[in-house]
Every structure is written in C-alpha cells, then in structure tokens.
Design a protein around this ligand. Structure first.
Ligand code: FES
Length: 81
C-alpha cells in the first residue's frame, strides 16, 4: 500500500510505501519519521490546528489506518508544503 503526499503550495508530490507498523501512527508522527515537516505548535495535543491536512483533518488526531478506510488512493494534501 502506498500513500501520496501533495503540497499545494509547491505542487510537489511524494510517494511513501506503507508497512503494517505504520497503520497505528498518527499522520503527524508518520511524516516526521520520514523527514517531512508537518506544522505543529502544540506537539500533537490537538490544540493548535496547525497540522490540518485534506482541508479538515488533524494530522495529530488521524492515524494512517483511518486514512486507509477511505477510497484509494491514499493521499495527504497540505496547503503550506
Ligand atoms: S499538532 Fe496541534 S492540533 Fe495537531
């Protein structure tokens, strides 16, 4: 399974291969582990709303598994990237 990251500001796209161990990680933690910054000033405590992706989802409150329940392809779109 793959996950596509799209940066709206840059127009760049990145593809990540997913492993089973990634499913329970938050989107915020998953991207950080891969060296891709996701904005956060509350460090994942669901207080700052800076980790928004796909218009209305919080990266710190959404797991990769939750994304995988959506219609493929899996993607994350971030406005400021
Ligand atoms: S990191 Fe602050 S709300 Fe998600």
């Amino acid at each position: 399974m793959q996950l596509q990251l799209r940066g709206k500001a840059s127009g760049k796209t990145q593809i990540f291969d997913l492993e089973a161990k990634d499913l329970e990680k938050s989107v915020l933690d998953f991207l950080r582990e891969r060296g891709t910054p996701m904005a956060s000033s509350c460090n994942g405590r669901q207080q700052c709303n800076k980790c928004l992706f796909n218009t209305n989802k919080l990266g710190c409150a959404t797991t990769i598994a939750e994304l995988s329940h959506e219609k493929p392809p899996l993607y994350i779109e971030i406005d400021y990237l």
